[in-house]
Design a protein around this ligand. Sequence first.
Ligand SMILES: [Zn+2]
Length: 385
Amino acid sequence: MVLDWDALLNDCIDFTQRLIQTPSMTYEEAPLAELVAAELQKLNFDQVWIDEIGNVNGRIRGTDPSLGALVLNTHLDHVDPGELSLWSVPPYSGTIVGDRIVGRGACDIKGPLAVQVYSMAALLRAGIRPRRDVVFNGVVEEEIGGTGAKYWAKNLDYPVDLVVLGEPSDNKIALGHRGIAQMWVQFNGRSVHASVPENGINPNYALAQFIQDVQAAKGELSAHELLGATSVTPTIIEVDTTSTNVTPAWARVCLDFRTASESLNSLREFVQRLVGDQAVLLEDAMCTPPIAFPEGHATIHGFYTPPTDEKVQRAQALIGAGMGREAELSRYQFATDGRHFVPYNLTIIGYGPSLESQAHVVDEYISIPKMAESLRGHVELLKSY
Ligand SMILES: [Zn+2]
């Protein structure tokens, strides 16, 4: 394959800087979508389109139309840069400092987006047609609930074999992340005037004991071999009364679980063991706006693709060959849009050149040598997957 890797990297860096210089906070992604679409046109993608919700897409056709597409997914939005004076360079400058590009979105997610786009461009430059269609998919509103990803998955009108998320994985292959489940646990009492507490039952005591018990028992929750330990933590506490001189009729606490190995049933059993018969689990009452998680015995995770999956093994071998070293398997600590693809039975992996620890921080950066390595990993994957 004849390809000028230096020129490819330089163009990819230049594109990353232009992406950073085009702010795209959630709901304000349109100018960035236009910039990306123009770039895909310029790079001679076979098809470029922006859908009704503002996601930008680009396709390179493969030689075998019977194969499902390889989809490279990133998002267009980023979080607020916060206090500008804390940054050592202006956050929307995309300044190169040493071997890093610095700026809001460099790591999450504009550097990885540029790598995805330019690895596709590399095939066109080298005159190589991939076996299957390769589709770039840049979605809106990832940072606040994934409306763009949900819309894309729901309206899919072509077969997809594998989705590669560009979320920061340090050039490892991320096979998933934990899911979230929340439940209210309520303790009922008998409300009386606070001057005669002995006449009532104050539920605050049972609630306080319960929170201590959760802290002591959290190690009993099971860990997932790859996705890590299940965590539990109390968040909001509420009582029914707003009067300072009345003991509450009830007190409740929201428990937030992050899990990859527990089910709703097993979480209920965990809570039930601690409270005995004195508390009420408010099963249908979520502590925050609705979070979808499976009922019953189904495992709660964000997404999880087992390492034994044949698609994982094929992708891992190709990416490793491209990078010239083994592609390690890994997982995400944070949540990604991958969880919105699970209901549609899509196979998902993560592979992106930046570091998860650089997401959403001041002086966010992406390493240029990591981008170079990722371009090689991606090109080999796209060419032969
Ligand atoms: Zn991200």
